[in-house]
Design a protein around this ligand. Structure first.
Ligand code: MG
Length: 236
């Protein structure tokens, strides 16, 4: 299997810094597999940026590790950084990491409310489940789907890296097919742009074009958060 990818991140129109992180930093192509990931940091001053950067660096550096181990290594790195510098105490980050091997197996490790979606034959499916208060309310039938994006607790997470030494990691596995397109994003995209618009924009053009069309759409809708997007094409 061959992978062609592009990634992009944007501060948005409201925030004074970008606390998201993405890997790889540049687009490319590979026949031997690919590691792609999105992290969305949180914390005052520079803490959110430090959290997402530390998490990403540790997750990527964990050589040949399975996604769960990468996420655990990232969690430890965030906790350690907060111990070493008390000004960073309380910082946290989401991490959604996708390991695509040369044979077309996709393995995801996931904590938080960043997302992975799979576009196949025109239909888009969310692969990950948000660890957020509103996702739990929705699953319990306490709120309606149309209330999610405006709910006052929409950015409150139930699980994030940097909170506790022991972290529960959600794992997902999929067989990829030629023609598939994978999307990873931070909530600055899906919090601003409805899924059917994401699907339409994701389905159009090369990965690089789709990345920037999605980021532009989030900014046109208000761009209230940092926006990070990774798009991977699967080809024979
Ligand atoms: Mg965000």
């Amino acid at each position: 299997m061959n992978y062609v990818w592009a990634t992009g991140t944007h501060q948005g129109l409201v925030r004074s810094s970008n606390q998201d992180a993405v890997h790889p930093p540049q687009g490319g192509r590979s026949s031997e597999g690919l590691l792609v990931a999105v992290a969305d940091g949180m914390g005052g001053h520079v803490a959110g940026e430090v959290a997402s950067e530390k998490a990403m660096a540790a997750a990527v550096a964990a050589d040949d590790a399975a996604p769960a181990e990468r996420v655990r290594a990232a969690n430890e790195a965030v906790l350690l950084a907060a111990v070493e510098d008390r000004r960073l105490a309380g910082m946290g980050t989401t991490l959604t990491i996708a390991d695509l091997d040369g044979k077309g197996t996709l393995r995801i490790g996931h904590v938080g409310d960043s997302r992975a979606y799979l576009l196949r034959a025109g239909a888009m499916r969310q692969l990950t489940r948000d660890h957020s208060v509103v996702a739990e309310y929705l699953a319990a039938g306490k709120i309606r789907p149309e209330d999610v994006e405006t709910h006052p607790a929409r950015s409150m997470l139930t699980r994030a890296l940097g909170m506790q030494p022991k972290i529960e990691v959600d794992l997902y596995e999929e067989r990829l097919e030629p023609g598939d397109r994978l999307l990873l994003c931070s909530d600055g995209l899906n919090g601003m742009v409805p899924d059917d618009t994401i699907r339409d924009l994701l389905g159009d053009g090369a990965p690089e074009e789709a990345v920037w069309a999605l980021i532009e759409a989030a900014n046109r809708a208000g761009g209230i958060d940092n926006i990070t997007v990774a798009v991977v094409d699967v080809t024979p």
